[in-house]
Design a protein around this ligand. Structure first.
Ligand code: ADP
Length: 273
């Protein structure tokens, strides 16, 4: 038997751990209601996946959609910081998690809202991480969410794979920097989604350029963008390009991402929904 990929859908072996994909789906809590679930993935960490998740949520919220964020980047959770959330998550009498709410009404769950100290490292192993994410999906009260963005664990390994199988993702957005687009990192993420049979709704190129504050010229620090070529290759739309913008970093650092004037991804929401 060849090495197990845990992708039973493309494997003919009848081993003891064989599961049909629908068996692994974590049911939503009976009082929850989530219309659309979009995963935000990247081939590796540090490319702006959380930034993109937050900006997409802000853009959806500005369109009047009731928006949720499930922070599945459990070992590097940065969503609460971007929205200035620091309170601890509460559970109701049935042990169901109540999401935190941002100033403008986005509902958020994150491990960082559960730790005694926000600076405590999360050193859990894969199965614990996936268990927590399953609870964020199935043991949380998600009230009338029009669209939920899931900040997926980075990479294309076991943990993101299990998350793919645990919740009914309507599709994913792949985030990459121009440098990732040169190599195989993005294509790995795209291929993982294909293996899992989850549609890829679009690509976002982060750190695409810097805009000169004096003359407005766009400087492509990493060379010319390859994202259109990758989009064409996989027949996936390009949803947006984010510049390296110190205002984005500053807003995230100060918990003020919802106050940003320019969020670059407004146009992405119509393409996604
Ligand atoms: P990931 O979720 O992929 O690990 P993050 O979204 O947390 O990456 O981004 C890593 C760091 O880079 C964060 O401090 C974030 O504020 C900053 N950052 C990401 N994208 C941009 C950008 N386009 N302009 C400025 N800062 C950015």
């Amino acid at each position: 038997m060849s090495e197990c990929t845990h992708d039973c859908s493309s494997c003919g072996e009848n081993c003891s751990s064989r599961q049909e994909p629908q068996d692994m789906l974590e049911p939503l809590y009976e009082k929850s209601n989530v219309k659309k679930v979009i995963g935000v993935v990247s081939g590796k960490g540090g490319v702006g996946k959380s930034m993109t998740t937050s900006l997409l949520a802000v853009a959806a919220n500005r369109k009047g959609l009731h928006t949720g964020i499930l922070d599945g980047d459990v070992t590097g959770p940065s969503i609460p910081q971007s929205f200035g959330l620091h309170e601890r998550l509460l559970g109701n009498a049935d042990g169901i998690i109540m999401p935190a709410m941002t100033n403008l009404g986005i509902e958020v769950v994150s491990v960082n809202l559960m730790l005694e100290e926000e600076t405590q490292p999360v050193i859990w192993r894969g199965p614990v991480v996936t268990d927590v994410i399953k609870q964020f999906w199935g043991k949380t009260l998600w009230r009338d969410i029009d669209v939920m963005f899931v900040d997926m664990p980075p990479g294309t390994g076991e943990v993101p794979l299990t998350v793919f199988q645990s919740m009914p993702l309507d599709g994913i957005v792949v985030v990459a920097t121009p440098q990732d687009l040169v190599g195989m990192i993005v294509e790995k993420a795209v291929n993982m989604a294909k293996m899992m049979d989850v549609p890829i709704l679009g690509l976002v190129e982060n750190m695409s350029y810097i805009k000169c504050p004096d003359c407005g010229k766009e400087i492509r620090v990493f060379g010319e963008s390859k994202i259109e070529a990758i989009g064409d290759k996989y027949q996936v739309p390009v949803l947006g390009k984010l510049p390296i913008d110190p205002k984005l970093t500053e807003a995230c650092d100060n918990g003020l991402i919802e106050n940003l004037e320019e969020i670059y991804l407004n146009g992405a929401i119509d393409a996604l929904l």
